[in-house]
Design a protein around this ligand. Structure first.
Ligand code: UT7
Length: 340
């Protein structure tokens, strides 16, 4: 997936290779925070049984944030983007590309990215959404990297933003305890050094049915089932395979080995998936960022949320190497090795 970097001014001596580097990050979580017990009490009122003990043991999740009616993927995405711009010391007017990864857009169209662009008060640059479910942020990052390397963009906001609470069936305990809402953003800028060292993207539509929200809008109505449905164990198995393959591929492309990676930043779906992936790599959990306990699974927002929180806590620091990996509905998966 990673293209050869563009050589500005030809291939001769003095020419400059273009790369994309992270200039700043930001995030946004809705103020409403529910513990497992809060959710269990809410479900009990409808006769649905679950418990803090089951959720913690099977997933590692303890809290999730749910958006109130006035919030949306675009409003949270815009807040995360503003934080990323501030962290980078960059004016919104300098941004020439916005890619928003979301499976819960504000509307069928225009794209959430265009709505974010409007909220940032900027005009004219490219803006579009990417729909790759929980791998969406990695897809968006990789596309932006390619555009920056080829000179098509110089400053790109890459945003993952989701309101999964709006597609959850709160009568289905196998899914409604797993997900949360939020947004994360990264400002990428053109640089003469990486940055994003390597990335890969994959999909296998044969697994489309194991994780889906199959409903659609037609003739003024929602047709079909508008809720998220998941075959949990099938997704779990697929996730483990996808993460293993991604690690190997990205490290090979980057010419690195796992000992040169400071932080493994996985899509935050289930602590057991992360523990299995780390064990297979011989990586101690101290080098794996974990936010699933605090945020639940926020789909495309989970990786940039985890990254931004770790940067703001001083865990991830400049000069470190980060291995980002996502997997989810589609089935989709991918990863990126980043020198931060
Ligand atoms: O974001 C995209 C990627 N998503 C993922 O990676 C998710 C992957 N899958 C998973 O994380 C796990 O499969 C789940 C967390 C979804 C489920 O964990 P599991 O260990 O695979 O549980 P299970 O589906 O085998 O269910 C075990 C039992 C069942 O009861 P029986 O049949 O053994 O009596 C379920 O009915 O747990 C029951 N159960 C629950 N009990 C209390 C399922 N959900 C709940 C619940 N509370 N919320």
């Amino acid at each position: 997936m990673t293209p050869s970097p563009k050589v500005a001014g030809g291939d001769g001596p003095g020419s400059i290779r273009l790369y994309a580097r992270i200039a700043g990050t930001g995030s946004c979580l809705p103020p409403r925070r529910l513990s497992n017990q809060d959710l269990a009490d809410q479900l009990a009122r409808d006769g649905i049984e679950t418990s803090d003990a089951w959720i913690v043991e099977r997933t590692g999740i303890r809290f999730r944030h749910f958006a109130d009616p006035g919030m949306s993927s675009s409003s949270m995405g815009a807040q995360a983007a503003l934080q990323a711009l501030e962290a980078a010391g960059c004016a919104a007017s300098e941004v020439d590309l916005i890619i928003c990864a979301t499976s819960t857009p504000d509307m069928v169209f225009p794209s959430t990215a265009c709505l974010i662009q409007r909220q940032l008060g900027i005009r004219g640059g490219a803006a579009f959404d990417v729909q790759a479910v929980c791998s969406g942020f990695i897809y968006a990052l990789s596309i932006a990297d390619a555009m920056i390397r080829t000179g098509a963009a110089r400053k790109a906001l890459i945003i993952g933003a989701e309101v999964f609470s709006r597609i959850l069936d709160f009568k289905d305990r196998t899914t409604c305890v797993l997900f949360g809402d939020g947004a994360g953003a990264v400002l990428l800028e053109v640089s003469s050094a990486p940055g994003i060292v390597a990335s890969c993207l994959h999909a296998d539509g044969a697994y489309a049915d194991i994780l889906k929200t199959p409903g659609t809008i037609s003739g003024g109505e929602v047709l079909g089932d508008p809720f998220l449905r998941m075959e949990g164990q099938a997704v779990f198995k697929q996730a483990i395979v996808a993460l293993g393959e991604t690690t190997e591929e990205v490290l090979t492309l980057a010419g690195r080995d796992i000992t040169q990676v400071d932080w493994l930043i996985l899509h935050q779906a289930n602590i057991r998936i992360m523990q299995t992936a780390a064990r297979k790599l011989g990586l101690p959990m101290e080098r794996v960022l974990v936010t699933v306990d605090q945020h639940g699974n926020t789909s495309a927002a989970s990786i940039p949320l985890a990254l931004d929180h770790a940067i703001r806590q001083g865990l991830v620091t400049r000069g470190q190497s980060l291995l980002l990996e996502g997997m989810g509905g589609g089935f989709t998966w991918g990863g990126a090795l980043i020198d931060y």
